[in-house]
Each structure stands twice: as structure tokens, then as C-alpha cells.
Design a binder for this molecule. Sequence first.
Ligand code: HEC
Length: 112
Amino acid sequence: MRAIACILLLGCRTPPSEREARATAEQIWNTRCVNCHGPSGRGDGPGARLLSVRPRDFSDPNWQSRVDDAHLARVIVEGGRPLGLDANMAANPDLGHQPEVVRHLVEMIRGR
Ligand code: HEC
């Protein structure tokens, strides 16, 4: 019965623990993001040189102070295009249902 209610209401998802969310975020970074953004987010992944707009160096403190966490989370889920950024920054719609994982990706980009 609970399972049916969960399917109908889509509201019974148990959030992952902090550790699980962090591990998932790291795995996503290493599989989906690293090719362009590079292992430590400096914009130096192997695929970056093929892009017309290069991903920025996330360690740049000026940029870090200009953007807020909500912006970073939106870019990750919705992709670059709706925010006026380059469309090669693809959307990750599946992460729209995993806010804890997105928060950890944001923390990684922040270097926290
Ligand atoms: C195909 C290459 C590619 C992949 C894969 C990719 N990105 Fe990006 N990303 C870009 C590019 C290019 C930009 C810069 C867009 C611009 O400045 O117009 C960008 C921008 C961003 C920004 C916004 C930076 C800003 O200036 O506001 C964030 C945050 C980001 N990416 C996170 C991620 C995360 C997290 C992943 C993995 C889930 C990821 N990206 C995967 C290419 C990529």
C-alpha cells in the first residue's frame, strides 16, 4: 500500500544520507563533468579544448564571489542555455529530483 501511495504521490522518497549524497556527487563529477571541467574544476578536462566557450576556472575567487549557490544549482539542473550561458553546458534533469546531490556538487565547485 505504501509503495502504491509513493508512486501516486511521488512524495515518499527517502533522502540519501550526507555520505551517500556526497559519494553520488563525486561519482557524477567524475563521470559527467570531468571531461570538460577537469578533475579539480579548473576548466581543463580533455574535452574542454574542443568547446567554443571554455569552462571557466572554478578556483577564480572573483567569479566565486559574483555567483550564488542558487545560480550554480540552476545551471547544473537546467543547463547553460536558460541562463544565457553556453548550451554545451548540458542540463541534468535527473538531478532536479536529487537536491542533496546538487548541493554537494555546488560544495565541490565552491571548494568546500
Ligand atoms: C560538454 C562539456 C561540459 C560538461 C560535460 C559539463 N559542463 Fe559545466 N559548463 C560547460 C561550459 C562550456 C560552461 C560555460 C558556459 C558559459 O560560460 O557560457 C559550463 C558552465 C558550468 C557552470 C556555470 C559557471 C558559470 O560561469 O556560472 C557550472 C556550475 C557547471 N558548468 C557545472 C557543471 C557540472 C556540475 C557538470 C557535471 C554534472 C558539468 N558542468 C558538465 C561545459 C560542460
